[in-house]
Design a protein around this ligand. Structure first.
Ligand SMILES: [Zn+2]
Length: 481
C-alpha cells in the first residue's frame, strides 16, 4: 500500500516501533574519545598528504580520535602498539554516494537492466518500504562498508516516504559507528513526491532533522541534501539548493541528462558545495564540464555500477582535462558489492579501454591514469566531495584518525612490489584487517568489533522476507524483474 499524506504526517509516531530506537542516542552522535595512545608501527604508510608523503617503513600515532604524528620512527612509550609490518596503512576510503536503504536487495534482479532496477527497486519496493526496512538497510550497508575499509559514507537517502523513514535512516547509520553524511532525499512514492503540500512538508522536515540531530558540524554524522533531478524538475532542485545553502549544508545531485548543468549555471546556482553523480551518463557537453569546474563542483563516479547499469563509460581523462578530480561511490548494492576497490578498478579499466580505442583511431599513445591518482580519488577527493577534507581523507597530523590497514602478505597479493598498485589493482575487502573511525577500532585483525552481527543478520532476515513478499505480490521475478 503506498504511503500517503497521513502516513507521512504520522511518521514520527511510527518511529517508536523501531527496534531499540533511542533518538537521543543518535542526537548526540559525537563519539566517545578512544582512550590512550595507539602507535601503528612499521607499516607501508601511504598518507595521501603531499608533505608527509609515502613512507616504506613508517609509524602513525593516534590519540583521542586524532592523528598526533606520522613519521619514520615515532617513540611513544605509553602507547599501545599495533604491528603494521607487511601491511599498508592508508586513510579510510570514502564512498560519496550510496542508496544505503537498498542494501537488503543485494543480488536481486541480476539479469535486469537499469530500467528493471528503476521499475522494481524504486517503483515496486521503494513506496512500500517501512521505516524498519530503511533502518536495517542502512545499518547493514554501513557495517558492510566498514568491513570493506570504507570509513566515511554519504547516504543518498531517496526513501523519505515519511519523517519516520528519515529518522530510521539516521538511526541505522548512527548505530554502525561509521563517519557518515545523511543526505536527505525525496520519496520514490508518487503519492508523497507529488502531494500538493510536499514543499512545505520537506522544508519542515529538513529543518526538524537539522535541529534534532545535526546542530553541530563537529560530530561523526553530518547532513546534506540530495536534491531532486534538475533535468526533470528544475524548480524543485532549485528549492533544495537554496535551502541547503540557507542551512549550511552541501548538495548532492544525480545528473542524468544533458542540459542540467546549463540550467543550474543560468540560474546562478552552481557552487563548490555541489557534488554531481553519474556525470558520465549525461552526455554532457564540454561546456558543461567547464561550468562545473569553473564553480569548483565535485564529481562522484560509481564506475562499476555505472557500467553494469548502462549509464555510460566513465572517462577519467575527460574529467582531468577540465581539472575535475572525481570521487568514488558504490551507488547501490543491488547491482554491485560494497567494494570501493572494485569501483577503482572499473574506472581504470574503462579509462584504459576508452584511451586505447581513441589512440587506435587517432594515432599516438593512450594517456593512462596514474595509479596513485586513483587512490587519491578514493580518499582525499572523497573527503572534498563530502566537505570533510579538513578532517579526513589524508593521514595528516591534526586530522581525525580514520585509517585502515591492509594485509600485504596474503597469498593472493604477494609479492606486493608496489603497495599502492596492489591496493588499487588487487586488494579485496577481505584483505582489510584493521579499520579505525575517529580513533575507534571497528575492525581488528580481520574481524568487525563492537557490532552485534547476529542482530544485523536477524533484522536483515525479517526485512528480506518482507521485500521478497512485495516482489511476489507484484509478480516480479527475483532475477529479471
Ligand atoms: Zn544514485
Amino acid at each position: 500500500m503506498p504511503v500517503g499524506r497521513r502516513a507521512f504526517m504520522g511518521g514520527l509516531a511510527a518511529a517508536t516501533t523501531l527496534p531499540a530506537f533511542h533518538p537521543a542516542a543518535a542526537q548526540s552522535n559525537k563519539p566517545a574519545a578512544a582512550k590512550g595512545k595507539t602507535l601503528i608501527k612499521g607499516g607501508y604508510v601511504v598518507s595521501m598528504d603531499k608533505t608527509v608523503g609515502e613512507l616504506p617503513v613508517g609509524d602513525v600515532l593516534i590519540e583521542g580520535g586524532k592523528i598526533l604524528d606520522v613519521g619514520k620512527s615515532i617513540r611513544a612509550a605509553d602507547a599501545t602498539v599495533i604491528d603494521a609490518r607487511q601491511k599498508v596503512v592508508l586513510p579510510g576510503l570514502i564512498d560519496t554516494h550510496r542508496h544505503t536503504w537498498e542494501t537488503v536487495t543485494r543480488s536481486l534482479i541480476s539479469e535486469g537492466d537499469l530500467a528493471v532496477y528503476i521499475k522494481v527497486i524504486t517503483g515496486t519496493l521503494g513506496p512500500r518500504y517501512r521505516p524498519e526496512d530503511v533502518y536495517i538497510g542502512n545499518l547493514l550497508g554501513a557495517v558492510g562498508a566498514l568491513n570493506a575499509g570504507i570509513t566515511t559514507m554519504l547516504d543518498w537517502s531517496h526513501i523519505t516516504n515519511s519523517p519516520a523513514h528519515a529518522d530510521s535512516a539516521i538511526k541505522g547509520l548512527a548505530d554502525s559507528g561509521m563517519r557518515s553524511i545523511y543526505a536527505y532525499g525525496y520519496s520514490p512514492d508518487p503519492a508523497v513526491a507529488k502531494a500538493p503540500d510536499i514543499e512545505t512538508r520537506r522544508d519542515t522536515d529538513i529543518r526538524r532533522i537539522k535541529q534534532q540531530y545535526f546542530r553541530s558540524d563537529d560530530q561523526l554524522m553530518t547532513m546534506a541534501i540530495a536534491t531532486r533531478d534538475v533535468a526533470g524538475t528544475p524548480k524543485k532542485a532549485f528549492i533544495d539548493i537554496k535551502l541547503a545553502r540557507e542551512l549550511g549544508m552541501r548538495v548532492t545531485m544525480h545528473i542524468t541528462k544533458a542540459g542540467g548543468i546549463t540550467k543550474l549555471n543560468e540560474a546562478g546556482l552552481l557552487g563548490p558545495d555541489m557534488t554531481f553523480v553519474h556525470t558520465d551518463g549525461i552526455e554532457a557537453t564540454d561546456e558543461e564540464y567547464q561550468m562545473m569546474a569553473a564553480h569548483g563542483g565535485t564529481i562522484s563516479t560509481s564506475s562499476a555500477t555505472e557500467i553494469m547499469s548502462g549509464h555510460g563509460f566513465p572517462s577519467a581523462q575527460r574529467w582531468l582535462k577540465y581539472g575535475l578530480r572525481p570521487s568514488f561511490s558504490v551507488d547501490n548494492e543491488t547491482r554491485m558489492p560494497a567494494d570501493l576497490f572494485a569501483q577503482m578498478r572499473a574506472l581504470v579499466m574503462s579509462d584504459h579501454m576508452l584511451e586505447t580505442d581513441r589512440a587506435r583511431k587517432e594515432g599516438g599513445k593512450p594517456t593512462l591514469i596514474p595509479i596513485r591518482d586513483v587512490l587519491e580519488f578514493a580518499t582525499l577527493q572523497g573527503a572534498r566531495a563530502t566537505g570533510l577534507d579538513a578532517k579526513v581523507g589524508t593521514l595528516t597530523p591534526g586530522k581525525r584518525a580514520d585509517l585502515i590497514l591492509i594485509d600485504l602478505d596474503d597469498i593472493s597479493l604477494i609479492p606486493a612490489t608496489d603497495p599502492v598498485a596492489t591496493v588499487v589493482l588487487r586488494v579485496q575487502p577481505a584483505n582489510v584487517s584493521w579499520v579505525f573511525v575517529d580513533g575507534q577500532v571497528k575492525k581488528r585483525a580481520g574481524k568487525l568489533v563492537g557490532i552485534d552481527l547476529n542482530r544485523v543478520r536477524r533484522l536483515t532476515n525479517v526485512s528480506t522476507k518482507y521485500v521478497l513478499g512485495l516482489m511476489r505480490d507484484a509478480g516480479e521475478d527475483i532475477r529479471s524483474g
